[in-house]
Design a protein around this ligand. Sequence first.
Ligand code: HEC
Ligand code: HEC
Length: 213
Amino acid sequence: MLGCMKEIAARLALRSLAVSCLLAWACGARAQVASAAPDGKSLYAACVVCHQPNAGGSPDGIIPSLAGQRRDYLIAQLGAFGARERRAPGMDVVAAHTTFRDHDRMRTLAGYLAALPPNPDPVRGPAESVAAGASVYRGRCALCHGAQGHGGGRDVPVLACQHYPYLRRQLDVLPAVHGKLAPRTLGTATQTLSPEFKDALAAYIAHLCPEHP
Ligand code: HEC
Ligand code: HEC
C-alpha cells in the first residue's frame, strides 16, 4: 500500500495532507479489492473457452453443459479433477490450477454454475431411437436421476439438457462413473447394453429437455 501511495503521489507531484489521506483510502480500497475472494463469474473466466459463456457446453455437444447442474455434484467433480481421480484431456490442463484444490473457490464456482439456467437447446441425438431408450431409463435410472432427469438428493446429477455426444460417452464408462454409489447390478446391466441401446438411452435422456417454441 505504501508503494502504491508513493507511486501515485510521485506521479501527481502532490504532497498535501488532504491528498495523502485520499490516497490512503484509495490504495487501501485497492488493496482490499485485490485480496477479496474472487466471485463465481471471475473464476469461471478460465472455463469459457471450452464450456462457453453461458456454460451450456460446446455447440457440438462434445464438451458438457455445466449450467443448472447440482452444486454438490459439481463440487465433487471439481475435487475429483483436482485430485486427478477423474481425468479428461481438456480438463487435465485447467485442473492444475490452484482453484481445483481450494474448497472455498470450488464452492463459489459450483454455486455460480448451479444457479445458471440450463442449456435450452442441447444436441439431442437421433429422435428415432428415443422410444427404445424410455423403458430402460424409467426402469433403471429414474429412481435416482428422476423421471424428468432433474437429478435427486444433493449430489445425484441432472441429466436433462445435457448434450447427447457427452452422455453417450459417459454411458460407455457408466460403472466407473457410478463407482460405489449405484448398486453393482446396475453396473453389470448397463455394461451389457448393446451400442445401439446406449444410443437410444442417451437420446432419450437428451430429449428430456423441454423443446422451446
Ligand atoms: C480445454 C477445454 C476445457 C476447459 C478450459 C475446461 N473444461 Fe471442463 N471439461 C472439458 C471436457 C472435454 C469435459 C468432459 C470430460 C469427460 O469427458 O469426462 C469437461 C468436463 C467438466 C466437468 C464435468 C461435468 C459433468 O457433468 O460431470 C466439470 C464440472 C467441468 N468440466 C468444469 C470446468 C471448470 C469449472 C472449468 C474452468 C475452471 C473447466 N471445466 C475448463 C473441457 C474443458
Ligand atoms: C442408485 C442411484 C443411481 C442410479 C440407479 C443411477 N444413477 Fe447415474 N448417477 C448417480 C450418482 C450418485 C451419480 C454421481 C456419481 C459421482 O458422484 O461421480 C451419477 C452419475 C451419472 C452420470 C454422470 C453425469 C455427468 O454429468 O457426467 C450419468 C451419465 C448417469 N449417472 C447415468 C445413469 C443412467 C443412464 C442410469 C440408468 C441406467 C443411472 N445413471 C442410474 C446415481 C444413480
